[in-house]
Design a protein around this ligand. Structure first.
Ligand code: ATP
Length: 270
């Protein structure tokens, strides 16, 4: 069973490391690079996995987990790395990377982006395995909803035994909001990320959230797992866990800040 208090405390520190640089406990720097459909994130941990610093940038250089704008991706990773190195006063040499489930064949391109930015890539993971480095679940299902996809991983005795990924993510929620309010995508995106407006927008995006839950239900049976563990930026949406619990009939939990779980877990594996 995941210790929610531990995860919440840890993720709060990872989030704080976006604005505060924490002194590392030792000389080691573990870096996780998450190249996502909606965001590119770099998380830095020390050798004991304590959060040190983090930088992120919204980007649309990937589609369905695949890099479609190599130079754009490279430019952003170089800039995030430069900012972190400036904050830390030292060079970052190594990083781990991760792929969404089912896109492992494009691992090379992810690796080229990291190497192009001057990193030596020490580990290539699948995203659910990375998320579980933070959660440390033995048995259960991790559901990762990012910008482009809803992914899930079934864990048995701490190992990922099955992964699935389908193309419905946060971007689809934003498109529905933009259409409903007759506003540009960027404006809809900022409304969606405003916690104060979640209650107002939820009825509008609910059918898409139900579709995400239906994807999970298609692959996971409640006789198979007692709990769904949510992560990924889209799971910041207030109330998403209740829709999942109702639609699947499976208890659903999420940490206070599910956005940086996968990037932090990638860094842990560096
Ligand atoms: P993918 O995993 O699909 O490649 P990604 O890695 O970029 O995408 P994440 O960084 O986990 O995905 O999440 C990005 C998504 O989370 C975006 O759609 C973004 O709008 C959404 N998101 C971020 N913050 C919030 C928030 N506060 N409320 C609702 N959605 C949010």
């Amino acid at each position: 069973m995941m210790d929610m208090e531990r995860v919440n405390d840890y993720m709060a520190r990872v989030s704080a490391s976006e604005h505060t640089t924490f002194p590392p406990a030792d000389g080691e720097m573990k870096v996780g690079l998450d190249l996502g459909t909606a965001y590119i994130v770099l998380v830095v941990l020390d050798g004991a996995d304590n959060p040190v610093a983090c930088e992120k940038q919204a980007a649309s250089v990937l589609r369905d987990g695949v890099v479609v704008d190599y130079l754009g991706a490279l430019q952003i990773v170089c800039e995030l790395k430069r900012r972190l190195e400036q904050r830390l006063g030292r060079e970052l040499e190594r990083c781990a990377i991760a792929m969404p489930a089912g896109t492992e064949s494009s691992a090379r391109t992810h690796q080229y982006v990291a190497e192009g930015a001057g990193f030596e890539v020490t580990a290539v993971l699948d995203e659910p395995t990375a998320a579980n480095a933070v959660y440390q679940i033995d048995n259960g299902v991790v559901v990762d909803i990012g910008g482009g996809t809803t992914g899930l991983a079934v864990l048995r005795e701490g190992k990922v035994v099955r992964i699935e990924d389908e193309p419905t993510g946060g971007t689809h929620l934003t498109l529905v909001l933009a259409g409903n309010y007759h506003i540009p995508f960027a404006e809809a995106e900022s409304i969606k990320q405003d916690y104060a407006r979640h209650k107002e927008i939820f009825p509008v995006v609910r059918p898409v959230v139900e579709k995400m839950a239906a994807i999970v239900k298609r692959y996971v049976d409640k006789t198979e797992t007692e709990t769904l563990y949510l992560c990924g930026g889209t799971c910041c949406l207030t109330g998403i866990e209740e829709v999942f619990a109702r639609e699947t009939g499976i208890r659903t939990v999420k940490p206070a800040d599910p956005f940086l779980v996968t990037p932090a877990g990638i860094a842990m594996n560096c």
